[in-house]
Every structure is written in structure tokens, then in C-alpha cells.
Design a protein. Structure first.
Lengths: 746, 228, 81, 81
């Protein structure tokens, strides 16, 4: 609100107009033993927002398994940290930038990448790989073009410029995201185990230093906005869009890592959501100290800014750090080398209050924990009344239809497409760490920084929103299972996850039900695989006019492998391979792509993932790699076996590759070809190796059935009882698959 | 042999270049900062790395071309020293005037990163003796502004002088991935001691393709011959 | 008819490119530079019946395609009839 | 002092952005559009003693940094003293 002085005593009306509830306002007044002034009110409004406070979600996080022998830092810091051996560790996290990307796709996505990079390098890690998981509305080229292009270009321009390769991700189209696209960005960095930096303002008498870009009025109240739903009839109050400056980010990255290396930093945190407010209060909170801040010292880009604006600005590429006074000159010199300005804006003091002055007046004086421990919200939950209807699937209408129609229903799905035109806009190789075969299942990045042993990281981001809507618990479970398998098919051991939980409004009891179920599913799956959740993010209020998105608990999985051997890839590597299924021959149609496109709605009850089978499958893949078999491996997920086969075929280097498979006896054709039960894999190998693979499968306790072979006839042929039930030209199919997304970018 | 790799604000392939050179072997590598005004005459090779110097703001490589160290690079090159610029480094060399032509926005208007095939047009340069004329090699590209522009007359002249080192091979019906005149991927100056190219030979020494190595072994040989 | 559209970020929106350029200009000796804003200029050649019509079209083009109203502001003019 | 520099590709250089914009404009109905060229506009705010000095500085800035003579041409003007 313009024209209100920082020191004006706040009223309930003011509080409500910036998003605080009556109870929250009263809580503040009671604890403060007075009414806050306007600047203080801004702090509470931002920090009590869903986005910053996690007030609806925090109590559920207890469910997550967060410990394990590799965990060096679990949830609660800017990023989670896992040990990878040899004294090295990885820090990673995923974060959403959904609302900003809807308002301005390019800048919204770009600043999302900037934010997650800062979260990782503030831990002391050099970012070496990013992924992004994107969910867009129905594929209507004219409407989708603006947003898809903007988002992709925003991610590319930012990540490319900073020089962190984008090596993976997920792209999904569905009408539930028509007005709420999701942009989830993941970054992983490497660091030494004993050089982890935390966001704590430790050491009484230490100085508080501001560096990076100057503060403008951009994004004042961004956090509150991310905690509201959109409505179509009313233009929301839009804060000034934040513009990303990847060049300054790169300077900040280098300067920060250099300063850390020289031992010049005690604690550090980026100014993300709720800017200076959240960074200062959180740093004070983590160290159990107080802070004194002189707001006049904050470098400003615009004139006439108020304390309120300085506190709530979300200008990008800014850092807050704490150091010893004796290090100041050296620290300043490092930042100046990188053309960055650093300024002392305050100091660490005893006690538990943050006090701030502006123009000689005290404008803020509040207890730290009053800001960082906001009242939690108890949200009611309720199972959707129509869940049974959602589970109904009219099998007869599928069974009786001709196979080619069913095939088309799956083939034509827009999410089944060659991602090249999109991913080629990302520099996937900068840093010289990326192995070939990126963008095919898990991405492989070499930890070149470790010279004593060859360590490779494999990453994958996964979530199947259709399954999540039909059964959020299975959705959560399957997101973990699928990402684990994506990592395993490259031969790695899954070691930990980060999550990005995208949901509708927590005030909707059905959304809260989805949320709790999804967390349960994720937790079950992690327990079964013995892997921890080390970081994450929640994005609520992804809904427009009361219509929530499908629950989308995105999982970022990290796997580890050692040694210098041949990589397992998913492409057929010659035309005389045998192909087999690992896992059950049939999969369920509930929540499948076939059901979606056939009935024009998502339906059916997704099969529960057998987590012990997932664990065995992961082991099987690792053994395959250890035995140095040359195989192509690919998981069966969206679109079933047929889609997986085509992908293996289309990714093959040689044009004429074809495939011929036979539906095994007593097997339901639809469930064989289009079922999506997890875990199922395809494996292709030289026929002479069949018995050994069989032995390995038996030993690992996974099922294995040969179903066909690759050919040099460039046809996709499916036989049943000796008769061809489908026989299509693979080159035509491949060209269509390649061209599907082209129009989005022209 | 001594190699200097210069870091500009926003360079992000400087470490990749250091890695590649260490892979090639035999180099003592110094990382220099763009504000250094070190005399370069003790070096055998100077590398201008890829990346986004100054965020690629205004024009790629334009602001970096005004960095203090660039006068030293010019002196070094004018005395016959070997200078290579990859991607952003190539853009800087054109902006500096050490190489002819200029690099403009890709015709597709998109950034493009992938492995591409190119043909070796001239082996009569210190950078390409280990390659075979007409041979096809694969190197990664990753750029948004790689459309090389030069007049037809200059092109002919450069071709005759053996200055056109690499040219993209048509793929998917497109003559080049960026719209370069005559699909040019890399060029030398008239004296051949300065080489600029959009592809990344420093990203092709081990994992993806090893074709980049030959560029480095070529110049190592040239350095050896020069000092012999 | 020759027309020209100029588009800049709105004044309230940070212009990183202009900022970096201003710093660079000062560094290479143009110390009197106080600030720089970088925008786009789009020259549109069209067959309009008259200036009025041209302006009407330009307004629509800017709104629909040329400018992004969330962060940019635009101006247009007919340069030559 | 407010000054403005405009920079375009030379006519001999293909302008893909202008080309794409012209096609898009025609596609969405502005059929009278004959051609589009896209350039950069750089507004430089400076403390020059007078217009003469400003112009001298602008000329130097363009030559040294703002434009690349191989592919671009530039113009500058003092907008407001
Ligand atoms: N869904 C989640 N699962 C696990 N940890 C979470 C989750 N959501 C948030 N966290 C943790 O809570 C902390 C605060 O998260 P967040 O507010 O997103 O960070 P930031 O302040 O950088 O935006 C982080 O350490 C994050 O890892
Ligand atoms: Mg953070």
C-alpha cells in the first residue's frame, strides 16, 4: 500500500489487506505486547505466508525418512547434502517457480533457475548439473507456444549463461495446467564433505554483509502472491516482475565460492522469497542470535524506497552473509575483483531479537522466533467423494476396439515426443562432465572434481500426475520408484531424493488429502529403497477459479556409480538384438495414457507399485552393469511397453532399425502393450547372452521373458499366434515423433 | 610448453579448456584474469574460452574485447603467437579484429547445443595438421550467436588462402545449425596463428567424442616445430 | 509507409543489460555516463492507406505481438508517409 | 542529458528476427506488413557539458563498443538537453 509510513501503527484492516488473518494478527499483537508498525507488519505478512511458513505442510514432513549413512545435511537448510565418498559430497534441491512463470514465462522461469542455483552454491557447492520439470496446459500450439517457448528460453538463457549444464527433466502437457503451468527447477552441486556452509548468523560481534545486485521494488510481496490462487475475473495485484541477471549470478557464484575457499565466510544465505526479511530472520534463528541492521546501508537501485519495500523486495541475485570483522577487507576485495559491491549492513548481537533502523529511527524490533515460528494451520482433509467413479474403467470399450486405434491413441499423445527441439536449447555439456546419452532416462554426470576415483552421478526428475490424481499415494510412491529405476537403468545406485510438491489450495480439504497421501507414498517408497529425503519445496495454491491442478509431487532422484566402464543406454545399438521384458508381462490400464486418450478423461485405479520388486529390479540393473553386458535398458512407463519400444528404436543411430515382437500366449494384448504397472523394463541384448541374462534375472528375483528382436526392416511389427496384428512403418512413426513439438518453437 | 587461459567475467568454459589442455599433456597452464596486464611473450599458446563474457550483453564478446589484457593478446598475436578462441572466444577474436568477419544471432533465433558433424576444409594451418582434408569430424556446439558473416569476396579469398578450416555438414535439410555464410564453423587469420571456431574442441577430448583432441595435438606439434 | 516501434522495459523493471553496459562504458573512459537503458527498435514497413490507419495497426501489433505488456512499454511513430 | 543510439544490421545482413516477426504479423492478420527490421535502441543518460560534447562522445562510444562496423550501422541523437 502506497503512502503508509513505516512506523505507522498497523490496524487489522491493513493486516488483512496484505494477507494476514485476524488470528495471525492477534497472535502477533499478543506476543509483541503491542501492535506492530507497518514495516513489521510487512515482515509478518511475508513470513506467515504459506510459501515461507509452510504452515499447512510442515507437520507432514515428519513422515519423511531423512536419515542415512550418507546424509550430511537433511531438510531445513538451503539444500540437502549427501556424501558420495572420497571426501566429496553433493548438495541438491528442487524448487518451484510456478506463479511467476505464469505471469511472465521467460523471466519467471529464468529467476527460478537463478534461485535454485543460489540455494546450492550458498552451501559451498559448485553447481554442476540442473534439471527442470515442466507441466503445461493442453497442447494447443497457439496458446501453448507463448508460455512453453518463454519458459524454455528463460531456463536456457539463465542456465547456459551461468554455465551449469541442464541435463534432464520432464515435460508434460495436460489441461489441468491450463492456467497453472508448473516450473520446477533442480540443481546439484559438488563440495567437500568438510566444507559445508550453513545459513546461520553465528558469532556475536560478527558483521552482516550484503552483496550482489542492488535492491529495487521488484517483487515486493512475491511470497504472498505465491500463496494465493488466481482468479480469472479479477486481475491480481501484480508486483513488479523480477528480471533475472544471469551475468551477475555468475559473478556472485564465483565470488562466493572464492570467498568460501579463502575462509572468509561464516554463514550465508541467498535473498530469495521474502528477500532480506527471510534471509536475516532465518540466519538469526539458526544461530540463536539477534541481529542489528541499518537499512540505510542496503544498496538501493531506486530512490525513495521505504523500509517496508527494502524488507520485502525480491530483487534477484542478492546474498546475505556473516563474517568476522577482521575478514572484511579481504572479503570486500574478493567481491570487488568480480565487479560486485559488498556493504556492511549490520551485526550479530546477543539476544533473540532483530532490530532495524532506517533514517535514524527504529523501524523493526521483533523477536526472531515470533517471525520464524508462525502459528501452524490445521487444515481439514477429505477423501474426494468421486474417487470410486474415477476408478471405473470400461474395459469392454477398450477390448473390442481394433488394435491400430488403440495404438494411435497412445502414439498421438502429445507428451510422447522427441524432446530434442526443446532440450537442444539447453547447454547440456558445459563443464565437461556430461556423459553421452543425456536426455535418455537418467542423465550421467561425472564428478571430475574427484581425482582419486571415477565417480558418476545419475539424475532423474519424475512424476506421473494422472496417477497422482487417481491415487495420490500410489502417485507419490511411483514417482520415487520410477525415478529410482531411471537412475538404475544407467547402472547407478539411488542415494537420495529432493521433492517439489505442487498442489492446489490447502484450504480445500480434498487437496489436503491428496497432500498427505502423496507424502505417505513418497515416504513408503523411500523407506523401501532405504533412501532419504534431503530437501524439498511445497507449492500450494496452484489453482484457478477453484479448480486445482492434479497433485504433482515431483521427485528429483540422485544416483551414484563408480568406475570407468561402458554406459548402459536406452537406444538399440544394432539390428540383431533380442528384446525381453523384465517384470510382469501385463500392466494395469488404470491411469494409463491409453485410458486417458481413449475415454478423454483419466480413469481407472492405478496398480500399486510393488516396492520390493522395485528394489530387486534396481539391484538387477546394477548387476548387469557390473557384469559388463552390453545391453540397452529402458523403463516402461507412460504409454506402456509399446511407447518404450518405440523410444528405444527412435533413439537408435541407424535409420533402418525395426522391431518385431510377439504377444506371449495367455497374455492380454492391451495390458501387455499399454499397461503401465511399475516396475517393468525392456532389455535388449545380443541373443548369445540370453541365458546369462536369464540367470542374472533369476538370481536377482526378477521375471524375465524374451518377446522379440530388432530387425533391419524399419518396421514396427507385433505378432500374435503367428499373425501380424500390427505392422507399421517405423520411419514414418519416427518422423512424426520427432516433429511433434517443433511447431512450439517456430 | 606454456599455455595461458584467460578468464573474463562470465567466462564459463575456462575450466573446460584447462581440463582439455591437461588431457593433451605437456602444457604448463596458467589461468589469467582479464584485468591482468601480464606480458604474454613467455607463452606458447593463448586460449580465449567459451561462455558468456559480460552476459553476452550488447553483443557477444564485444565488452570483453575491451578488457585490459586484450591489448597484450593483440601484441602476442601480432608477433605470431598461437591464439585460439572457442565459441565466445571466437566472438571476442572477431570483435577484436584479430579475425575477419562477425558472428550474429543464429538464424533459428534459438540457442542450440548438440554434437554436429563438420568437414575439415583446410589442413594447412597449425591447428589442423593432424586432421585429414575433407575428413568429417564431430564436435559439440552450444551457442545462440554463431552465424558467421563475411562477404563473398572475402570468403573466396580466405578459401584460397586456406583460412577456412571447418565447415558444417548439412543435417535435417539445413546447411548449418546457425545460418553461417558457407556453413563456416571455424576460420584462421591470414597468418594462421589465430584460430576461432564456434564448436567446442575442448569438450571433445574424452567422453563424447575425441575429435577435438586432434586440434590440440596439431598445435602442440606446431609449437614444437616453432621452438625447434 | 515507414514506421518505427520502440520498446523498453518499463521504468520500474530492472534492466540488467543497460546496467552492465553503463558500468562498461564508464570503465573504458566514458565517465560521464549516468545510466543506460537498452531496448528494441522495430522498423515496420507497411502498405497503410494513411497515417491514421498505420497508427491503429501499430497499436494493435504492439499489444498483440511486439511488446509484452507485463514488463514492457512501447511507443510508435510513422516516420515517413 | 538524454541521448539515444539506434543500431541495425546493415541491409546486406539477413535479419532473422525481422523476418520472423514480419511472418508472424502477417499470420495474425496484419497483411499489409511488407517488411520488418529489428534493431537495438540504447538510451544513454549522460552529464555532457553541451550537445557537441555529447555527440562527440556518442560517436566514440559507437565506434569503440556499441556497434560492430562489420555488420551493423548506427545513428545517435541528443533527445533532450
Ligand atoms: N517437501 C519438502 N520435503 C522436504 N523438505 C522440505 C520440503 N519442503 C521444504 N523443505 C525444506 O524446508 C526448507 C525451506 O524450504 P524453502 O522455503 O523452499 O527454501 P528457500 O528459503 O530457499 O526458498 C528447505 O531446507 C527445504 O529443503
Ligand atoms: Mg533459499
Amino acid at each position: 500500500m502506497k503512502g503508509i509510513a513505516d512506523t505507522e501503527i498497523a490496524t487489522l484492516e491493513m493486516a488483512k489487506s496484505i494477507g494476514l488473518s485476524t488470528e495471525e494478527f492477534n497472535h502477533v499483537c499478543r506476543k509483541l505486547e503491542r501492535k506492530p508498525n507497518y514495516a513489521e507488519l510487512g515482515i509478518f505478512s511475508a513470513m506467515f505466508s504459506e510459501h515461507c511458513s509452510y504452515k499447512s505442510s510442515r507437520r507432514f514432513f515428519k513422515r519423511f525418512p531423512t536419515t542415512g549413512p550418507r546424509v550430511l545435511q537433511g531438510p531445513g537448510e538451503n539444500a540437502g547434502v549427501l556424501s558420495i565418498g572420497e571426501g566429496w559430497a553433493v548438495a541438491f534441491k528442487m524448487e518451484s517457480h510456478n506463479h511467476p512463470s505464469f505471469i511472465e514465462p521467460y523471466q519467471g522461469a529464468a529467476t527460478g533457475v537463478g534461485g535454485i542455483l543460489r540455494d546450492v552454491f550458498t552451501m559451498g557447492a559448485r553447481p554442476i548439473a540442473s534439471m527442470n520439470a515442466l507441466s503445461f496446459g493442453a497442447f494447443d500450439v497457439e496458446k501453448a507456444r507463448f508460455i512453453v517457448r518463454g519458459v524454455v528460453k528463460g531456463i536456457g538463457d539463465y542456465g547456459n549463461c551461468v554455465g551449469v549444464p541442464t541435463v534432464g527433466g520432464q515435460t508434460f502437457f495436460h489441461s489441468c495446467y491450463n492456467r497453472n503451468p508448473l516450473v520446477n527447477a533442480f540443481t546439484l552441486g559438488v563440495l567437500r564433505e568438510d566444507k559445508i556452509f550453513l545459513g546461520a548468523a553465528s558469532g556475536i560481534g560478527n558483521i552482516l554483509v550484503y552483496t550482489g545486485s542492488k535492491t529495487g521494488r521488484d517483487g515486493v510481496h512475491g511470497a504472498t502472491m505465491a500463496s494465493k490462487e488466481f482468479s480469472t475475473d479479477k486481475e491480481p495485484d501484480r508486483p513488479t516482475v523480477q528480471v533475472g541477471d544471469p551475468f551477475t549470478e555468475k559473478l556472485l557464484l564465483e565470488a562466493t565460492l572464492e570467498a568460501m575457499n579463502l575462509g572468509l565466510i561464516v554463514g550465508i544465505q541467498d535473498m530469495g522469497a521474502a528477500g532480506l526479511t527471510s534471509s536475516s530472520f532465518e540466519m538469526a534463528y539458526r544461530a540463536n542470535n539477534g541481529l542489528e541492521v541499518e537499512l540505510d546501508k542496503v544498496p538501493m537501485r531506486e530512490s525513495g524506497m521505504s523500509a517496508y519495500e527494502l524488507l520485502l523486495s525480491e530483487s534477484q541475485e542478492r546474498m546475505l552473509l556473516v563474517t568476522e570483522p577482521s575478514r572484511w577487507d579481504a572479503l570486500k576485495a574478493v567481491f570487488e575483483k568480480w565487479d560486485l559491491h559488498a556493504e556492511i549492513i549490520g551485526k550479530v548481537v546477543e539476544g533473540s531479537r532483530v532490530k532495524m533502523t532506517f533514517h535514524g529511527e527504529q523501524v523493526v524490533d521483533v523477536p526472531v522466533d515470533l517471525v520464524t515460528d508462525p502459528p501452524m494451520a490445521e487444515r481439514p482433509k477429505q477423501t474426494p467423494g468421486d474417487i470410486k467413479q474415477r476408478w471405473f474403467i470400461d474395459r469392454n470399450r477398450i477390448i473390442l476396439a481394433p488394435l491400430d486405434q488403440k495404438f494411435n491413441a497412445v502414439f498421438e499423445d502429445v507428451s510422447f515426443a522427441d524432446p530434442s527441439r526443446l532440450v537442444e536449447q539447453y547447454d547440456s555439456m558445459v563443464g565437461n562432465r556430461t556423459e553421452g546419452g543425456t536426455f535418455d532416462d537418467g542423465a550421467v554426470v561425472r564428478v571430475r572434481d574427484c581425482t582419486t576415483k571415477t565417480l558418476k552421478l545419475v539424475m532423474s526428475a519424475d512424476c506421473n500426475p494422472r496417477v497422482c490424481w487417481l491415487s495420490p499415494r500410489e502417485g507419490g510412491r511411483r514417482a520415487v520408484a520410477e525415478s529410482a529405476i531411471n537412475v538404475a537403468v544407467r547402472g547407478a545406485e539411488p542415494i537420495g531424493i529432493t521433492d517439489c510438491l505442487n498442489f492446489g489450495s490447502p484450504e480445500n480439504p480434498e487437496v489436503m488429502w491428496q497432500f498427505e497421501e502423496a507424502i505417505e507414498g513418497i515416504s513408503e517408497a523411500c523407506e523401501a529403497l532405504k533412501i532419504p529425503v534431503v530437501s524439498g519445496n511445497v507449492s500450494f495454491y496452484n489453482e484457478t477459479d477453484g479448480k486445482p491442478i492434479y497433485p504433482t509431487p515431483m521427485i528429483g532422484m540422485v544416483g551414484l556409480m563408480e568406475g570407468e566402464d561402458r554406459l548402459m543406454q536406452s537406444a538399440f545399438f544394432n539390428t540383431q538384438l533380442e528384446v525381453g521384458v523384465i517384470g510382469p508381462l501385463e500392466g494395469g490400464l488404470g491411469g494409463s495414457v491409453l485410458a486417458h486418450n481413449w475415454f478423454k478423461r483419466d480413469c481407472g485405479k492405478p496398480d500399486d507399485t510393488d516396492m520390493s520388486a522395485v528394489e530387486r529390479t534396481v539391484k538387477f540393473c546394477q548387476r548387469l552393469r557390473k557384469k559388463r553386458f552390453q545391453v540397452a535398458l529402458h523403463d516402461i512407463s507412460d504409454g506402456g511397453l509399446v511407447s518404450a519400444l518405440m523410444e528405444m528404436n527412435f533413439r537408435a543411430k541407424f535409420k533402418e532399425t525395426g522391431i518385431e515382437i510377439t504377444v506371449p500366449q495367455q497374455t492380454d494384448v492391451d495390458q501387455f502393450l499399454f499397461g503401465e504397472t511399475c516396475p517393468r523394463l525392456l532389455v535388449a541384448y545380443d541373443p548369445t547372452e540370453r541365458t546369462e541374462i536369464e540367470t542374472l534375472a533369476n538370481g536377482a528375483g526378477v521375471k524375465f521373458h524374451p518377446i522379440g528382436q530388432t530387425t533391419d526392416r524399419s518396421r514396427l511389427t507385433i505378432l500374435q499366434g503367428g499373425a501380424k496384428i500390427l505392422d507399421l512403418d517405423a520411419v514414418t512413426l519416427k518422423n512424426k515423433w520427432k516433429e511433434k513439438w517443433t511447431a512450439l518453437f517456430e | 610448453m606454456k599455455a595461458a587461459v584467460i578468464t573474463f567475467p562470465g567466462s564459463n568454459c575456462d575450466d573446460d579448456l584447462v581440463y582439455a589442455l591437461s588431457k593433451v599433456g605437456g602444457f604448463e597452464i596458467a589461468k589469467l584474469w582479464h584485468k591482468d596486464e601480464t606480458d604474454l611473450s613467455s607463452f606458447d599458446l593463448v586460449g580465449l574460452p567459451g561462455g558468456f563474457s559480460y552476459g553476452d550483453y550488447l553483443r557477444c564478446g564485444a565488452i570483453a574485447a575491451l578488457s585490459p589484457i586484450m591489448q597484450k593478446v593483440k601484441e602476442f598475436a601480432n608477433k605470431g603467437g598461437y591464439v585460439i578462441g572457442m565459441c565466445n572466444g571466437f566472438q571476442m577474436l572477431c570483435e577484436l579484429g584479430l579475425l575477419p568477419g562477425a558472428l550474429a544471432k543464429n538464424e533459428s533465433l534459438s540457442f542450440v547445443c548438440r554434437d554436429v558433424s563438420m568437414k575439415v576444409t583446410s589442413v594447412k594451418t597449425p591447428w589442423s595438421t593432424d586432421l585429414k582434408e575433407g575428413e568429417t569430424i564431430s564436435l559439440p556446439i552450444a551457442h545462440g550467436d554463431g552465424r558467421y558473416i563475411i562477404s563473398e569476396d572475402e570468403y573466396q579469398q580466405m578459401l584460397n588462402q586456406g583460412q577456412i578450416v571447418l565447415q558444417y555438414i548439412a543435417e535435417n535439410g539445413k546447411e548449418s545449425p546457425n545460418g553461417s555464410v558457407h556453413a563456416i564453423a571455424g576460420v584462421c587469420n591470414r597468418e594462421k596463428n589465430v584460430f576461432g571456431l564456434m564448436p567446442h574442441p575442448e569438450r571433445a577430448t574424452d567422453m563424447r567424442s575425441k575429435d577435438g583432441l586432434k586440434i590440440w595435438t596439431s598445435v602442440v606439434k606446431a609449437i614444437g616445430e616453432k621452438s625447434a | 509507409m515507414k514506421t518505427r516501434v520502440t520498446i523498453f522495459y518499463k521504468d520500474s523493471v530492472f534492466d540488467p543489460q543497460g546496467n552492465t553496459l553503463a558500468n562498461s562504458l564508464r570503465r573504458v573512459g566514458f565517465v560521464k555516463v549516468k545510466g543506460v537503458r537498452v531496448g528494441k527498435v522495430i522498423d515496420v514497413e507497411m502498405d497503410a492507406a494513411n497515417k491514421e490507419e498505420a497508427r491503429r495497426d501499430l497499436q494493435k501489433m504492439c499489444e498483440q505481438l511486439l511488446a509484452n505488456p507485463v514488463i514492457e512499454s512501447f511507443k510508435y511513430e510513422v516516420i515517413e508517409g
